[in-house]
Design a protein around this ligand. Structure first.
Ligand SMILES: [Zn+2]
Ligand SMILES: [Zn+2]
Length: 390
């Protein structure tokens, strides 16, 4: 079945919700107006089972089908947070809050899940329960993890979970996905090299931390070149090299390196951490210095489950036709905290084409309202296909 007529009728109303959200962007976990808007809309659809404050400020609501003969429960997730940047999109409903912008389209994701909720609450043409998951703090706050830690999957008995992100550059009317690794892990680290400060003219009496740090920077590139399988992806980048002096004649006592690591495979992720630590510590030791490594694990690899990816593809094909679904799209190096939900339950993360607009996080990025009925229909298809009416 293509776009549902009912959802096509509702498209303007849903776009209106998005414009309201777009005008009042909020950041991270601090989403009082956004969550109040979500709750108010859900109540207006006749949805009564609404829980707030999950994962600090997430909202979870349920819709029961006409029947519940098998105890099936499907979770659908949208993220709600915006980004700390000024908007330059030129849309008439641009952000009214300086320094905050919905530049990743989470306003659109929230509106599409609300649209699907309204449709599903009206029709209830399924056998089981839909759990609507409105998540805070996707942009670096790990709101997905916070919701999982708060018992999202167990408390609501979620059996499978599906999410969706708009994708600039993919034409409107198309979907894209792949089974397995879709988006990267993102870890960061600090390496604090401590040697022995001294006079720049008397290096033999010092332990030169700049030289040690430089050696570490060079050696870290051997991880990608020599440790990781050449058929697997990895990025190890040193982004900052900072000494505790600013002079021409002092050898600094400490030098700090900062860097980022991206991988598409959790075993590669583990290997990189092990190698960063070993290279930094052993290199420093070989010069008589020390290196303290502070390794911070961010979002894990977003891994789509094979069976659920298949179901997600079938649902997308039902909405836009076989040819408009790319089922083996290349993985991307940005990270996504839906990964935590996919670690907790089988599921899949789908890209919905957002057409010709600057990439997400650009000040002129725009979410295309044309994709709203497509995204809502995909959510509805997921529910009605995974929990067919008895
Ligand atoms: Zn983003
Ligand atoms: Zn995003």
């Amino acid at each position: 079945m293509p776009i549902r007529n009912r959802l096509a009728e509702m498209a303007d109303e849903i776009a209106g919700w998005r414009h309201t959200l777009h005008e009042t962007p909020e950041l991270m976990f601090d989403l009082p107006e956004t969550t109040a808007f979500v709750v108010e809309r859900l109540k207006s659809f006749g949805i009564e089972d609404i829980t707030t404050g999950i994962g600090q400020s997430g909202v979870v609501a349920t819709i029961k089908g006409k029947t519940d003969t098998k105890g099936r429960v499907i979770g659908l997730r949208a993220d709600m947070d915006a980004l700390p940047m000024d908007e330059a999109s030129g849309v008439p409903f641009a952000s009214q809050i300086p320094g905050k912008m919905h530049a990743c389209g989470h306003d659109g994701h929230t509106a599409m899940l609300l649209g699907a909720a309204k449709y599903l609450a009206e029709t209830r043409n399924f056998d089981g329960t839909v759990v609507l998951i409105f998540q805070p703090a996707e942009e670096g706050g790990g709101g997905g993890l916070e919701m999982v830690k708060d018992g999202l999957m167990d408390r609501w008995g979620v059996q499978e979970v599906y999410g969706m992100h708009n994708m600039p550059g993919v034409p409107v009317g198309q979907f894209a996905i792949r089974s397995g690794s879709l988006m990267a892990s993102v870890d960061s680290f600090d390496i604090v090299v401590t040697g022995k400060g001294g006079h720049g003219a008397m290096p033999h009496e010092a332990i030169d931390t700049n030289l040690v740090a430089a050696q570490i920077v060079v050696s870290l590139q051997s991880i990608a070149a020599r440790n990781v399988d050449p058929l697997k992806s990895v990025v190890v980048t040193i982004t900052t090299m900072m000494s505790d002096t600013d002079s021409y004649n002092i050898i600094p006592h400490t030098v700090t390196l900062k860097g980022t690591v991206r991988t598409l495979d959790n075993s590669v992720r583990d290997l990189v951490e092990e190698r960063v630590r070993a290279i930094a510590e052993a290199t420093a030791t070989s010069f008589g210095a020390t290196a303290e490594v502070l390794y911070d694990r961010g979002y894990p690899v977003t891994v789509n489950h094979e069976d659920q990816t298949g179901y997600a593809i079938e649902a997308a094909r039902a909405v836009v036709g076989d040819a408009a679904v790319e089922d083996n799209t290349p993985p991307m190096m940005p990270a996504e905290d839906f990964s935590y939900m996919l670690e907790a339950r089988p599921g899949a993360y789908m890209f919905i084409g957002n057409g010709d607009t600057p990439m997400c996080h650009h000040p002129a990025y725009t979410f295309s309202d044309e994709i709203i009925p497509l995204g809502c229909s995909w959510f509805a298809e997921m529910v009605e296909r995974r929990m067919p009416a008895a």
